[in-house]
Every structure is written in structure tokens, then in C-alpha cells.
Design a protein around this ligand. Sequence first.
Ligand code: ZN
Ligand code: ZN
Ligand code: ZN
Ligand code: ZN
Length: 497
Amino acid sequence: MCPDDDADGGYAGRWFVAALAGSGSDKLRVCEACFEERVAATGFAGHFRPQQTQHTQQGDDSSPPGCHLRFAFVARALAHTDEHDSGWSAFAAAAARRLGQPTCAGSSTAVAATSRGWRRARRAEIASVTMCEACFLDLAGMTPFADEFDTALIFRATAAATTVVEPPVEQMWTCHAARPPLAVVLGVALSRQDFGVFVTGAAAIMAAPACTEAGLSGGAVTWYTLAGRRCHNFEVCAGCYAGLLEPFGVAGFLQAVSFSGDEAAVARLCDFHPSAPYFAPYVHRLQEAVDVGVWARFSEFVRAHAALAGAPACPRSTPTPDLIWYGYQDCGICPRCYAEVCADTMLAASMPVQGARVTGATMCSMYSPRMRSLYAAACERGSADELVEFAHHRALVHANTLLRADAMRQIQALKMRQAANQGVVSSIYSGGQSFALAAGVTSDYAYGSSTLGWHPTQSGAMAAQAFQNMNAGFAEANSPHVAMEIAQLEAQWLEVE
Ligand SMILES: [Zn+2]
Ligand SMILES: [Zn+2]
Ligand SMILES: [Zn+2]
Ligand SMILES: [Zn+2]
């Protein structure tokens, strides 16, 4: 496995390095995996030797850390120049050119325009597209599109030196190619050998408000969501739509939405912004859906995850009323477990309950490892019959064990409260007796019994009775027999949970 840019530890393999003539002390560094797979069979293998030290960054080495074949431009140069005899010097020059570029500062960080090289699209429709030299090389360098981009800097040569006269030193620029949609649409255009795809996509991306981590707000903003049944909590901004969705021919599966009033006032984070919670899995699923040509791979996954926004935690084995459920009779699956386990699986579409609100108290049947593995087995068989049958059995055991243990615990708590009440009653009555005694209201008779003792007032006897009740109640509520039975019931439940 190529460690990419993992320069600090983590990578235990060997590095292979080659000196790049004419580029100072720069060395081209390639990981062992990339060397074996991509370099060893070429005529360039002899230029490399294993790096002696395990450290990737040597004191005299100013080249970027990690494996340099991760740079698309270096990899492309390797593939393009291999055949020729004089290839090495051309390749070395190309590699040195890429390694000498400052790292792209990203799409949200403006940097001094004079800090690096820039490229600007030549076509008038997309003349505002500007990218840093590093991104230009990786995305378009040595491709048929390379000439579509012109240097954005104007140089003036004087006797002393060559200086950049435009842009002015104080100008700050950002790299547009660091926006995922722009880079992706350029890749799509390349794979179709059709620069028009990029012109159309890039023009739409540049016209759309920039997709930022802070989100977009306002009634004028157009969003895109899944077509059909309204999918709340899934919105893609117009720029990401133009770059990440439209080029793949899936526009028909999406529909535009806009918001008004209070809904428009809140800033909404685009679900395809890299900081969005499901950015990586959404991109992954989108790619998969496009590759296999099954849109449901993406849409079902999105629907399940979008339903999680604001969804309550899994109720597990506690029957809870008024929640949203998926699944089968006696086999309720909460939205979180559905998204984690069931979304986009073989059986998902055939579940009779699909995101329905159930008023009756229902427990979740898909949080435990046992049920999750039974579900996986059911998907392999293509039938939920055995799963549902077991879930039914499990629900019965649940009622006979956990619910009974809960009831016993509640009764104990009730007894505890009753016993405590008797304590309160006792103190009221003994208060009554003290009051009566203080007022001199006594009778000649004594009240009570042989077990309660004899008291000068009725209140005194009742206080004694209540006190006894309290003690008996506490003793019963704390009975070890009840605690043992509860423990046994819970153990029985664990056998099917
Ligand atoms: Zn590598
Ligand atoms: Zn860049
Ligand atoms: Zn976006
Ligand atoms: Zn659950």
C-alpha cells in the first residue's frame, strides 16, 4: 500500500530514491509498493536506489515528504516518457518541475498572488477560472487540455532580473481547482476527451455561490435534492451539482428546491462540502452508483442517512412510543440502525415498514451484534423469514424477561415509596399524640395491642402501626429473592438479545 503523504512514521516499508539532475539536492522518492508496481518494470528502475535511512525527510533534502508518485503529474510523466531512450532526463525534469511547486493552499485560503505560479483558462466563458501551478500540473499538465490554460502572471524582464508585474504584489488569490467540483468536472472532461464538458461545468460552478463550510443562506440560493419523495436534510449547492452530479448524467434523478422565509434565513451546509458529516460516504456511494449504473445505490443510502439528522438515539430494548420505524412485525428497526446496517442492502426495499411513525411503544431489534449478523445472513439468503421468526421469538422472550424484570423493579420502587409514606404517616400520628398530650386530652384507656405496644392516645397507636408498616415494606422491597429473580430474567434475555 502506498503511504501517500504519510511522512511521519506509520509506513514501515522501504523508500526508493533517485537524484534529479539539475534540481539541487532534490530527490524523487517512491514507496516500495509504487516502485514494484510502476517503476521496476520500466527502463528507469536503474536510476533508483533504496534509501538508507528510515526517515523520509533528510536534513539536506528539500523535496516534499511521502511518496512522490501520489502527484498525478509525476505519475503521468512516468507513464508518458517511459518508452523513449532519452526519457529519463525528460521525466526527471518534469518531476523536478512538480516537486518545486508550493503546496496548494486550498480553495478557502487566499495567498499572495506572487507566492506561486498561476494558470487561467483561455476560453472567454470561463476566463475567471484560476488555479495554482501545482493543481494545474496535476489536473491538466501533459494532457490534451494543457494548452487551454495560460499563465496568469505577466513578467517583465529587466537587466537585473525577471519580475512579475501583474498581479500587484499585494493581491491575494485563491485556487479554484482546489474546489472538488471543479477538479472532478475537469477529470470527467479528460476521460471523455471533451473540453466542452469542462467549459459547461466550470461556467456553472463559477456562477454559483461558493460552497463554504459556513453554508449558504437566502431565498435566491438554488439547492438540489433527490427527485421524488422529498428527502429532507439532503441538499447540494448549485456549484457541487454542476461539478459532481450533472457531468455523470444523473440530473434526471435530482430536483431543484429553494427555501423561503425562516427556512431560507438559516445557513445550510451543502452535503457535498468536504466538512459535511457524510461527505466521504456520499461521494463513495455516488461513484459506486455511477460505476454500476444503479442510482438506488446512492439514493437509498442518502435517504437513510438524511433521515438521521435530528433522529433520536436508538431506543435499544426499551419500548418507546411515537418513533419512526423500518422493518417487520415484531422486528422494528430504528432509523439509526437502519442507516448503519440495512440501507442499500438486498432486503431494504422489501421491508413492509418503511420510515413509518408508530404510536405504540416499540423496541429496536437491530442494535445487537446477534441481530445484525442474523440480518447479514438473511441478506445472503435473500429471505427475511428466519430473521423475522427469530425476532418474533426474541420479542416474546423480551416480554417474559426484561419487561417482567422492569415490572418487578417498578413494584419494588412502589413498595419503597409506600413504605416511605408509612414513615410520613407515622410521624404525623405521633405528632398528633404529642399535640394531644400537650393539650391534656387523654383518656383513661390505653390504645394499641400487644405487638404495637400501649399508647395513651389513638394517634400514638396508629403511629406505631404505620412505623411497623414502613419497616415491613422496606424489608419486602429489598428482598434478595426479588433481586435474584430480576437477575435471572435479565440473564435469560441476554441469551436472545
Ligand atoms: Zn507510493
Ligand atoms: Zn491549487
Ligand atoms: Zn456544495
Ligand atoms: Zn436501533
